[in-house]
Design a protein around this ligand. Sequence first.
Ligand SMILES: C[S@@+](CC[C@H](N)C(=O)[O-])C[C@H]1O[C@@H](n2cnc3c(N)ncnc32)[C@H](O)[C@@H]1O
Length: 437
Amino acid sequence: MWFVPFHILCQPADNRSHSNSLSRVQITPMDDTISASLRRLRPSNETPLPELCFATDNAAELARLGGLLRTFLSDTAATGPAVRLFGGHAQQIEALQRSGAGTIVDAYEKFGLGRQEDGRLIPGFQAQMIDGFVLYSDLHMLPRDIRRSNMRDAYVDPLWEGPVISSLLPGEPCERALDMGCGCGVLALTLTRASKHVIATDVNPRALQLTEFNALLNGVTNLEVRHSDLFSALRNDRFDRVVFNAPVGLEFKPANLLEAGEGILHAFFAQLHDHLTDDGMCWVNICTKDYGRSRFFDRFRDNRPAGSGKFRMLFLEQWRMEKGLKFRARQLAARLFHPGYGSLLHIRRGILCLQRSETGPAYEYRTPYFRWTRALGSEFGSRFVEWAIGQGPETARAAAPDSLLFLPAPDAPHRELALQIVQGYGAQAQPIYPVSE
Ligand SMILES: C[S@@+](CC[C@H](N)C(=O)[O-])C[C@H]1O[C@@H](n2cnc3c(N)ncnc32)[C@H](O)[C@@H]1O
């Protein structure tokens, strides 16, 4: 059994009277107040997903633990039992104690991060170091297994794409930022660096609990968590930055909170204009589907309410699927779910960057950002996006040599890679259809 004396009670989405800062999140004894939604998600025939057990009173202790974890995780060459534990693998307690990780064993027990069994410490979560932050999230599960699980709506994204997206977020300072669908809070924490105040929302209460925990672990104090179904708990809020690693993949209809189907994008884009400041920017990680009679960006345009203004757009395409058995199966499924759209042409995964602007060009660029963000880091990624979002290929071509400006540490191989990306943008960026609005 998981030891769970406390639980963060998330406020219902419509209740506007709640938290405005970390310390105002209510902490309530769990046994009599566990949220109804979590109970619903955990039928007795499956082992429940682990619960963290902490309160805001633990802030100082958690910040100390975060410091200790950082020392273990920042040594990328380290291979000891503690590092394997952070990777989600059970370890002998004696071996952990011998390697100097005794404090971590105690903390795992105290905060519900793991349980002891037959002399071993069995982790309930995995930890990663991303962009200088220590983050816990759920252990890795295959999407297929999540779909089959009765706990599918409580499971939190185990950092599949968040780390890469965080490398493309802007570094420019701003007032207010929103991480929609925050999961364990990876993007929200990155946003706290440049934004004075960040709101992290999710419809999954376990995600909010993990975000809150990770914020305390990293000593972050300008982050607020809110339970919200899209913008339902944000009715009067406007932001300079909005980021949404959207739960949309290859599926055609909602399968769980991590595979919600394209409908969630339409709902999101229909409300975005009410929540973005005049030159505000938005990043959405999406899976787009183009059909013979209905292109994704046409549907995107049609879904925007009249008078919502124009956007500059940059779609960075990571991969495209248009052949193979898996794709043929999707084509058949598409006929079933969207018979009016015509045949499925391709599925594309990428990041759509938007900036509110009356003079916005819209371009797309195919680039393996999963690879280059790792090599070049977030300073290059964020500066590249801020630069490219307003550039047509002509201006981009002319400015390409200045791309050296994007490099924080211009050693030779990195300089060449950065130049390739920027010159590639100048040579290959395509207008997003339809060209005229
Ligand atoms: C792909 S995960 C991204 C998690 C995290 N931002 C990251 O990058 O690792 C999508 C998140 O959206 C949340 N979500 C799904 N439907 C939602 C909704 N209607 N409103 C708010 N969040 C939602 C899911 O619970 C999940 O945490």
